[in-house]
Write a protein that binds this ligand. Structure first.
Ligand code: M6R
Length: 367
């Protein structure tokens, strides 16, 4: 049932190109010009009236929501807040009938997310669920559902569910953009075309895991490391850091690269591994200056970037790993993959139970 793979996690990492294709299938018209989401009850009228969006989830699904926020704010220009579900109810969130709440949950059974959904409905919000399980409690209670078609996810560490959630967010943001006229048809078809190229790009990355595996073996000997990034790269390193902690038990922190010098830089000492995600061209120069800050304190830096920046970055870092080029907004759907593999191989090198990390359950049904 592991399809020839040693662990469910590795199998699920490799199922991501299929999960992308399945989640997009039937939701993009033949000409590649429009997103179609016939399952939505949300009317065009309601969509035009949305004033704010709140995205609520836990763990990895929360991290998918961080990327979702960028997609919606960039393409639709509606203000979006992200909340951890266990915090949402206790901060008296401001909800109006023009608020759209999006809950994200692979299992559809996470107790905190379900409670947040109910709280949002009580306050009059329309709730859209992005979930991987059609018959789940969250799918049943939500006003609308976009199902991710990742297939069953067995490993406790979430991989293909996260990336399918990203695809769902991109589709939904494009749909909103078209209904509200916030983007030109040219931009919409350009994003769609780039999305359709993702599965193949991902396949090319998955075919070459050696460099990441070797690096994972190197970091598996450390107890602490740091991830840095800006913008969407910051959203993705938060997921990378959670994954690494969850299955390798290596302590790591993900930092917005510009925040380091406000405290954390004090922890950087000779030989500490720092993983810099540097895929967002608009902030690349700024990230490079943060890379130099940690480099000057002796950090052992690995950067993940696009081919065209490899030579330049090699002046400031010890190792570079290149990922294929897509639109900046879609990059998380590719850049998270080396981080998933890194956690997997680090966990393996440490002899951990990759699919069943200590203290954790796949589905968290208690608050
Ligand atoms: O089923 P859900 O998406 O609601 O689960 C939320 C989190 O418990 C889950 O993503 C958790 O963080 C993962 N084990 C991380 O890999």
């Amino acid at each position: 049932e592991k399809g020839g793979f040693e662990h469910f996690m590795l199998k699920e990492i490799h199922e991501q190109p299929k999960a992308y294709r399945d989640t997009m299938r039937g939701r993009i018209d033949e000409a590649g010009k429009h997103v179609v989401l016939p399952e939505l009850k949300l009317s065009c009228e309601q969509i035009k009236n949305i004033r704010n969006i709140q995205i609520i989830a836990c763990g990895t699904a929360y991290h998918a929501g961080l990327v979702g926020r960028h997609a919606i704010e960039q393409l639709v220009r509606i203000p979006v807040e992200n909340d951890v579900a266990s915090e949402y109810r206790y901060r008296s969130p401001i909800v109006t009938p023009e608020t759209l709440v999006i809950v994200v949950s692979q299992s559809g059974e996470t107790a905190d997310t379900l409670a947040a959904l109910r709280e949002a409905q009580r306050n009059g919000a329309h709730v859209l669920a992005i979930t991987n399980v059609v018959g789940s409690s969250i799918a049943r209670d939500a006003d609308d559902v976009i199902v991710t078609l990742a297939g069953p996810e067995i490993a406790v560490a979430s991989t293909k569910a996260y990336t399918s959630q990203l695809i769902a967010f991109y589709l939904f943001a494009l749909y909103l953009a078209e209904v509200r006229g916030s983007q030109t048809p040219e931009v919409i078809s350009q994003v769609i075309a780039a999305m359709q190229a993702l599965p193949e790009q991902l396949e090319s990355m998955l075919a070459k895991p050696e460099a990441i595996k070797a690096y994972a073996e190197q970091i598996s000997k450390h107890e602490h490391l740091f991830f840095i990034g800006r913008g969407l790269d910051y959203a993705v390193v938060q997921e990378g850091s959670l994954k690494l902690k969850e299955i390798s038990y290596i302590h790591s922190e993900a930092y917005a690269a510009g925040e380091l010098k406000h405290g954390t830089l004090a922890l950087i000492e000779d030989g500490i591994p720092v993983i810099a995600l540097a895929t967002q061209d608009a902030v690349l120069e700024k990230t490079v200056s943060n890379i130099k800050e940690v480099g000057a304190r002796g950090a052992d830096i690995m950067a993940i970037t696009h081919e065209e920046h490899v030579t330049g970055l090699l002046k400031s870092v010890n190792q570079v790993f290149a990922i294929p080029k897509t639109l900046p907004l879609l990059t998380p759907a590719l850049s998270v993959v080396p981080l998933q593999l890194l956690s997997y191989y680090a966990s393996l090198a440490r002899g951990n139970d990759v699919d069943k990390p200590r203290n954790l359950a796949k589905s968290v049904t208690v608050e």
